[in-house]
Design a protein around this ligand. Sequence first.
Ligand code: BGC
Length: 355
Amino acid sequence: MLALTVRPGQPQSVKLETVPPPPVSDGAILVRTLSLGVCGTDREIISGEYGAAPAGEERLIIGHESLGRVEEAPAGSGFAPGDLVVGIVRRPDPVPCPACAAGEWDMCRNGRYTERGIKSRNGYGSEQFRVEPEFAVKLDPALGEAGVLMEPTSIVAKAWEQCLRIGHRGAAWQPRTALISGAGPIGLLAAMIGAQGGLDIHVYDRNKDGPKPDLAAGLGVTYHSEFPDLGALSPDIVIECTGAAPVVKQTVAAAAAGVVCLTGVSATGHDITFDIGGFNRAMVLDNRAVFGSVNANRRHYEAAAEALAKADRAWLTRLITRRVPLTRWAEAFERCDGDIKVVVDFESGLDSRSH
Ligand code: BGC
């Protein structure tokens, strides 16, 4: 079968190559890949900055945003041929730490977790993959191609859950307004979940035109192409989805904000000045919380499946701005103006849509 592989640590080593069929040790469910979402983490792996091959191997099959159709599933597994599924990304560490032992591998304490397509475990970027029933999630068949948005939605489902848990430190806390920085897939999906929860959602993104303002309007949320005045907005929750150091600084320094969740993985080495005394003072005097959130456990995938099922299908489909056929896979990793979510199409005979 064909698979997208890289030699981790070696820039531009990505290629489409023939590899053996997925081993049964990857899981009892055999899945035919329909499409694969591409994100910043994949680009980092391709540029040699991140990622690890499975132990004893040189190359890693990349891809962690899966969508496929079950071809084989054992009786009693809860899955049947034809089911639309995605695979969960992370696997618990082998010890396991107390978090992994409790099924909260997203909160792994010893860092020895593995991640499909990212860290020491082959990913979903192959024509077929195998997955364990306990790490597969069934999707509403009506979702169709939008099902590839499941993994990024699980990331924001976790971010929202954590914001609400932290906010409820104050017994009378009632969130009304939230600011999302960044209108990429993570930001827009975060806005979607917030809007479903009835909050007054504000999205900040530097793009003045292109599809982002329209997609925000489609959710009925307010779009800002200049960073809003936080004093006036006074958001109860901020979810930072750009990872861009200057935006992180703006969100973190927002004294009026309650709970600030950081979800973007920044490039390191951006030395910007930051008033740590002022930050500490605001944190203490306003009972503020700034925290990071990564990955997702099964509970978050289930919350994501619910959020996607409630969402407007046409709106979700508009988040997928480019579908690149597997034969032209390299284009999927290029950045183009107006990109939101780019997917590699593993189904033959489909041509890429225009940008
Ligand atoms: C994935 C997460 C993963 C993280 C760090 C993200 O792109 O969505 O599941 O934990 O990268 O490897």
